[in-house]
Design a protein around this ligand. Sequence first.
Ligand SMILES: NC(=O)C1=CN([C@@H]2O[C@H](COP(=O)(O)OP(=O)(O)OC[C@H]3O[C@@H](n4cnc5c(N)ncnc54)[C@H](O)[C@@H]3O)[C@@H](O)[C@H]2O)C=CC1
Ligand SMILES: CC(=O)C(=O)O
Ligand SMILES: [Mg+2]
Length: 371
Amino acid sequence: MRVGCPKEIKNHEYRVGLTPGSVREYVAHGHEVLVETGAGAGIGADDNAYRAAGATIAKTAADVFAKSDMIVKVKEPQPNEWVQLRDGQILYTYLHLAPDPEQTKGLLASGVTAVAYETVTDERGGLPLLAPMSEVAGRLSIQAGATALQKANGGRGVLLGGVPGVLPGKVTVLGGGVVGLHAAKMAAGLGADVTIIDRSIPRLRQLDDIFGGRVHTRYSTVEALEEECFSADIVVGAVLIPGAAAPKLVTREMLSGMKKGSVLVDVAIDQGGCFETSHATTHADPTYEVDGVIHYCVANMPGAVPVTSAHALNNATLHHGLQLADKGLKALVDDHHLRNGLNVHKGKITNRAVAEALGYEMVEPKAVLAA
Ligand SMILES: NC(=O)C1=CN([C@@H]2O[C@H](COP(=O)(O)OP(=O)(O)OC[C@H]3O[C@@H](n4cnc5c(N)ncnc54)[C@H](O)[C@@H]3O)[C@@H](O)[C@H]2O)C=CC1
Ligand SMILES: CC(=O)C(=O)O
Ligand SMILES: [Mg+2]
């Protein structure tokens, strides 16, 4: 199969779908790989590094889209990318369709077979292709929040670790999954007072064991949310219902109870965000203020640290990517975890949470693949 990798075009997105190391693996499996010129510049991999790995360099993205059987990307296709997709082609990337009706329409109209990294599952009930970027975004959320908390940046001017004789800042993490765990690790490492809220008691037990009492855990109720958000300097939004639009845990009304100059970091913004007042921002202009509360809502946070992120992402996507290249649609038939990643196929929505969020009929992936 010919596998194509265009340069990412989202605002300040420097990751790349295929590193030179991944290209070598596809080539070793007998595939041709077409990489857009400059695609790896953000991770310090020039065209010669890709040529040495066995890729052919394409002059334009249009060339990559037109000539490839499968497109491997990082971020969801942008409007001028989705019009270049076609029936019979596989798209393998993050999609985050539930909060994005326009992209969904574009993918449906194209006829493409779209496999979303964020809904591929594993045997432990995890989301293995989302996890590495959740690790990155979780860790970054505290750097971003701590920066926004500085007075010159509009924050209330609190140092997260405090100093001897002065109490530390307070960080509340909503959702103790992968993002939440890594946010809590960073915040605790800086010396902050950290509380994680989750609705899963087994998960709260695990977190309590991991942190050995260093971090507080609370079951998710409106009362707990209010108390922990009203007293926080930074609130990290990290809840997820796979495939679905994020639940709005912090309402517009609740903002008025928060401290002026406190910071909301809505990592869940790629699924629509878990604060009612969130809207997606970019690395170029990451924050805005509502009722004196700073909002940071960048939907591609890991794009800020592409050298780390692109390699972590490729580690996670390579195995299933090779299966798709080796077997085509049969890879989806053979592996139900990969099939859980199928969101759109030949004009049909094949993910239940996406269909419910956007009001489409859901067609079973097995049924569309057999047709
Ligand atoms: N903005 C960005 O650049 C990035 C965003 N993300 C996003 O971050 C979000 C979180 O991802 P992960 O941590 O990997 O998910 P996860 O599935 O590991 O964790 C989600 C947690 O939320 C909890 N939860 C769900 N509903 C809840 C509720 N009502 N109250 C309290 N807890 C609740 C679940 O029990 C679970 O522990 C996702 O939307 C993901 O796409 C991930 C990476 C980068
Ligand atoms: C998961 C995601 O949205 C990202 O890595 O950009
Ligand atoms: Mg701004």
